[in-house]
Design a protein around this ligand. Sequence first.
Ligand code: AMP
Length: 192
Amino acid sequence: MLNIILFGPPGSGKGTQAAKLKEEFKLVHISTGDLLREEIANGTKLGLEAKSYMNNGALVPDEVVIGMIDSKINENTDSNGVIYDGFPRTVAQAEALNNLMAKYNTEISTVLALQVSDDELKVRLVKRGETSGRADDKDPAVIENRIKVYKTETAVVGDFYSKEGKFNQVAGEGSIDEIYGRLTAQIELVNA
Ligand code: AMP
C-alpha cells in the first residue's frame, strides 16, 4: 500500500493537493477535519464533543480522533493506499498510527510537509473563510490559535518522522500545479 501523510499547518494546501493526488494514485483520502465536520453535521455524540474544540481552534482529544481513524483504515484495507490529511497532529497520534499500520500489516511510505509562511497562511485562511462556511476560518483569533497549536503541538510530529527517515519538506507556495509537481516527484521516489 502507498500510505502518504500530507503534513503542514492549516491553510498549507493539504486538502487541495490531497484531492488531486487521490485521483492520480488511486488512494483513499482520509481527512480527520472532514470526518469531524461530518459527525457535527450528523449531530452525533462524537460531533457534539468535537465541536467546541474545533470552534476554538484547539485539537480534539487524541482518543476520539484515533478511534475514528482506526475504523476508516479498517474499511479500506483492500485499497491501493491512503492519503492522510490533517492526521497525525500529535506525537501520541503518530505513535497510534504506527501501531495501526502494524495491525493492518502495512507502513507509512512517506511524509510530505508543505512549507508556507505564516503571513501567507493567514491570507489563505481568511480568503477560504469567505466561501468555506467554516466557523474556524472566519475569526482571526481562531486562525491565530490554530497556527499556534500547529507550532506547539503538531510541528514535533515532523521530528518523529525525521527520526524514521520519512520526513520530506516540500515548498508549499506557488501555483497549485507547481506544488503538485513537487509532491508527485517525492511520491515517485517511494512508489517505484
Ligand atoms: P482541519 O480541517 O484539518 O483544518 O481540522 C479542523 C479542526 O478539526 C482542527 O482545528 C481540530 O480542531 C480538528 N481536528 C482535525 N484533525 C484533527 C486531529 N488529527 N487531531 C485533533 N483535532 C483535529
